[in-house]
Design a protein around this ligand. Structure first.
Ligand code: H79
Length: 436
């Protein structure tokens, strides 16, 4: 169905989808400021790297057990070979920090049911069932503390392909007792994660499947009863989360009020797949980050470490490039509000904002920034990279439209992107509709 945005609200913040509803609770303020986090999909599937007994999965690699119908008794034997000798939590967290990410979300338990931490609830975990014998979550805890990042956990609350009472997509739940799974594994494991690993920023629930509203509420209340400041992701089900998660790799077209996050991959899979070649360029990832922030969201970007515990080199290089952009222009990302819809298509970049500040992200090597229909009064403009003042010419065009013009100094024109900060007299950007 076509949805034409009503003309009157064409340029309001919400694109006509409702009132602006920006809560500023203390719990979520770190997350609103953060804007950029690291997802880590790591588990036994890394050993298979997209292939099992000569068969390759066509789908995301962490789904290989499901897709290739590997029986639980066979899949669990992967644990006997899990020994990622090159895993270094400090290195992973340092990569996140250098990329400009402010939080890290580890798959504490994915759909395959294997815990990447030392669980007392189930021996099917990285510390007890593998020759590796280390607690990945605890090592990340220490590294995050040292480097000042928030630690968060992903937990698949409904799907568990290892537990006899866990749900599996497209597999009938005949003979299963989901309540038993909740009581025996899910609830106790979530409690462990929230009691034994210090302050957790958020629990990233995923695929609620047929959970009832009461069951989703129960897990939500469980989290808050142990750590009231721990956030709960949108995929707890029934709209009960503290923020909305978009579809995987889906970016809303319009600015959206409220708290939301785009979980995304750098290539075409979450878990490590050595055959995957669908790499997004660093430029495309920077563009996505800026685009998401300009529309009011957070970007949770994934790495899938391999069986030795190392992130693919392409992921590392992409993250370093984003970090370099953020070192120059991070002020125009962290803590930004959604920017009202600008009425013209801008091919070279995006606009972000904070109270009395407009940031112009110039993502291509252009000679000048020329914006029509911008009614704000500029106080002064500078390049974020070095603070150099820029000449901003504000004038009314021959057609009577407001406009801003900023010439990019030749020495500062970079294809990798530059951010201009413009202090404005008004609280927020004022974009005027296109004349009739
Ligand atoms: O953790 C990542 C994914 O494993 C998880 N969410 C992100 C963050 C996720 N769970 N479910 N889905 C994503 C939707 C998955 C659908 C598919 Fe399939 C899995 C499409 C292809 C593989 C299921 C199996 C549907 C078709 C085959």
């Amino acid at each position: 169905m076509y949805c034409l945005i009503p003309k009157k609200s064409e340029y309001d913040l919400t694109g006509g989808c409702g009132a602006v509803d920006v809560l500023h609770s203390k719990t979520q303020s770190w997350w609103r400021e953060a804007k950029f986090g690291m997802f880590i999909h790591w588990g036994l599937y890394a050993l298979l790297a997209g292939e099992y007994r000569g068969l390759r999965t066509e789908n995301i690699a962490e789904w290989i057990m499901h897709d290739l119908r590997i029986p639980p008794r066979e899949y669990e034997r992967l644990a006997e070979r899990f020994n990622p000798a090159r895993f270094d939590a400090n290195r992973v967290v340092s990569l996140a920090r250098r990329a400009g990410m402010r939080y890290v979300v580890l798959t504490a338990k994915h759909h395959d049911g294997f815990a990447m931490y030392h669980s007392q609830v189930s021996g099917y975990n990285v510390a007890e069932a593998t020759p590796f014998g280390r607690d990945v979550a605890m090592e990340l805890r220490r590294a995050c503390d040292e480097q000042g990042l928030k630690l968060c956990f992903y937990y698949s609350q409904a799907q568990d392909w290892h537990d006899p009472d866990g749900i599996e997509e497209n597999v009938p739940a005949t003979g299963k007792n989901f309540r038993r799974y909740l009581d025996r594994k899910c609830v106790p494991q979530i409690s462990e994660l929230l009691t034994r690993y210090g302050d957790i920023g958020l629990i990233w629930f995923d695929t609620p499947m047929d959970m009832t509203r009461e069951q989703s509420q129960e897990l939500y209340d469980l989290v808050k009863s142990i750590q009231p400041d721990c956030m709960v992701s949108g995929r707890i089900g029934h709209g009960l989360g503290d923020y909305m998660s978009t579809g995987d790799n889906f970016i809303p077209l319009l600015p959206r009020p409220g708290d939301w996050e785009v979980p995304a991959t750098i290539n075409g899979t979450w878990g490590y797949n050595r055959f995957d070649a669908r790499w997004k360029s660093p430029e495309a990832l920077i563009r996505n980050l800026v685009k998401i922030v300009s529309r009011g969201g957070n970007y949770l970007l994934n790495i899938g470490p391999d069986a030795m515990g190392e992130a693919p080199e392409r992921s590392e290089r992409a993250l370093e490039a984003i970090g370099e952009y953020l070192r120059r222009g991070g002020e125009g990302i962290y803590g930004c509000d959604p920017t009202p819809v600008y009425p013209y298509d801008i091919p070279w970049g995006y606009l972000t904002c904070k109270p009395r500040r407009l940031y112009i992200h110039v993502l291509e090597d252009i000679e000048e920034v020329y914006l029509l229909n911008i009614a704000n009064e500029p106080v002064w403009a500078c390049l974020l990279a070095d603070g150099a003042e820029l000449d901003l010419v504000r004038r009314t065009t021959c057609e009577g439209d407001s406009s801003w013009r900023i010439r990019m100094p030749r020495s500062e024109r970079r294809p990798a992107g530059q951010v201009i900060r413009v202090e404005i007299r008004e609280e927020r950007p004022i974009f005027e509709p296109i004349r009739d």
